[in-house]
Design a binder for this molecule. Structure first.
Ligand code: GPP
Ligand code: MG
Length: 289
C-alpha cells in the first residue's frame, strides 16, 4: 500500500548533487514565481508560450504597469501548462496521472481541472511538496491531487498505475535513462508521456556558453536533443508528436526582460541561447508501448 501523505513519506536517499538541488528549491522565493502564482493560486515553475500582449508596457501608471505585466506573464505560463495538459488526454476522472518534478504543484491542478483525473506529483523539495499539498487542501481537491517529497527516479508509486505522466521543465535535473525507466514502469501500456523541455541543439554542437550559464543558474544539466529520443527508444516510449516551441517561447522572455519587478537576471541568456541556435524549447509526446 502506498502512503501518500507527505508527513510520512520517506526522505529519498540523496546524492550530494540532489541535496544541493533540493536546497535551491527549499530556499527559492522568486517574485516571478510567487507573484504570478498568487493571481489564481496556480503556481508554475516553467516559462510561457505564445504571443504576448506588449501593450502592457505602454501603461502609464507604474503600479498598474507592474500588475498588468505580472498578469500577462502568468497568462503565457498558463498557456504553456494547458498546452502540455492538452496532450495528456483523453483521460477520465477514474484515471491517475504522474507529475515528475511537480514544483509548487500548478501542473497537477491544471490536469485535474481539465480532466477530473487524480494526480500524484513528486518533488525533491519538502517545502514545495508541503506548499503544493496545502494548496490542494485549500481548493478541496486533496482527495484527488497529492504531492510527495520523493525522488522522481525512484517514486515508490504503483507500477502501471498511471494513464499519463509528464515532466514540465524538470528533465534537466536527472539522468534520462533512469527517468524514462521510471515513467515506463509507472505508465500503463498505451499510456501517454509528455515533456516540455529546454535541450541543447545537436546541430549547433556541444553545449554553448549560454547553455552552461543556464545550467549554473539553476544547478541543472541540460541534455542534448538526441539523448531524449535515444533514452525514450530504450524505455518503451515511442514519440508520436514533436514540436519545436522555440519561436513560441521568445515573446515570454522579451516581456519578462522588461519586468523590472520580476527579473532574475537569466533573461538575456535565454534570449541569446534561442537566437544563436544553441538551445531549443521542445515538446515531446510519446506512447508507452
Ligand atoms: C523554471 O523554473 C525551470 C527550471 C528551473 C528548469 C530549467 C529549465 C530549462 C528549460 C533549462 P522557475 O519558474 O522556478 O524559474 P524562474 O525562477 O527563472 O522563473
Ligand atoms: Mg518561473
Amino acid at each position: 500500500m502506498i502512503d501518500t501523505g507527505t508527513a510520512t513519506a520517506s526522505v529519498p536517499s540523496q546524492s550530494t548533487y540532489q541535496s544541493r538541488v533540493a536546497a535551491y528549491w527549499n530556499a527559492e522565493e522568486n517574485p516571478v514565481n510567487l507573484e504570478l502564482g498568487k493571481i489564481d493560486d496556480l503556481y508554475h515553475h516553467h516559462y510561457g508560450v505564445g504571443d504576448a500582449d506588449r501593450s502592457v508596457l505602454d501603461e502609464a501608471d507604474p503600479a498598474r504597469r507592474r500588475e498588468r505585466l505580472t498578469a500577462e506573464l502568468h497568462r503565457l505560463e498558463q498557456a504553456q501548462a494547458e498546452l502540455l495538459a492538452s496532450h495528456l488526454g483523453p483521460l477520465s476522472p477514474a484515471d491517475r496521472v504522474f507529475d515528475a518534478g511537480c514544483g509548487r504543484g500548478g501542473g497537477s491542478v491544471v490536469a485535474h481541472l481539465r480532466y477530473g483525473c487524480g494526480a500524484d506529483g513528486v518533488t525533491i523539495s519538502r517545502k514545495q511538496a508541503d506548499f503544493a499539498n496545502q494548496q490542494a487542501r485549500r481548493r478541496g481537491i486533496d482527495d484527488k491531487v497529492r504531492y510527495h517529497h520523493r525522488n522522481m527516479l525512484d517514486t515508490g508509486l504503483p507500477s502501471g498505475g498511471y494513464a499519463a505522466s509528464w515532466n514540465n521543465e524538470s528533465t534537466m535535473y536527472v539522468e534520462l535513462e533512469l527517468l524514462f525507466a521510471e515513467h515506463a514502469r509507472l505508465l500503463r501500456r498505451g499510456g501517454r508521456y509528455v515533456t516540455i523541455t529546454g535541450c541543447y541543439d545537436d546541430t549547433y554542437g556541444r553545449a554553448s556558453r549560454e547553455v552552461s550559464l543556464i545550467n549554473a543558474h539553476y544547478i541543472c544539466d541540460i541534455h542534448p536533443r538526441s539523448e531524449y529520443f535515444r533514452a525514450m527508444a530504450r524505455n518503451r516510449l515511442v514519440p508520436v508528436h514533436v514540436q519545436d516551441l522555440t519561436a513560441a517561447a521568445v515573446p515570454y522572455w522579451e516581456l519578462r526582460k522588461q519586468a523590472d519587478h520580476l527579473v532574475t537576471g537569466i533573461e538575456d541568456t535565454f534570449l541569446t541561447a534561442y537566437a544563436n541556435g544553441s538551445f531549443q524549447y521542445l515538446l515531446i509526446v510519446a506512447d508507452r508501448v
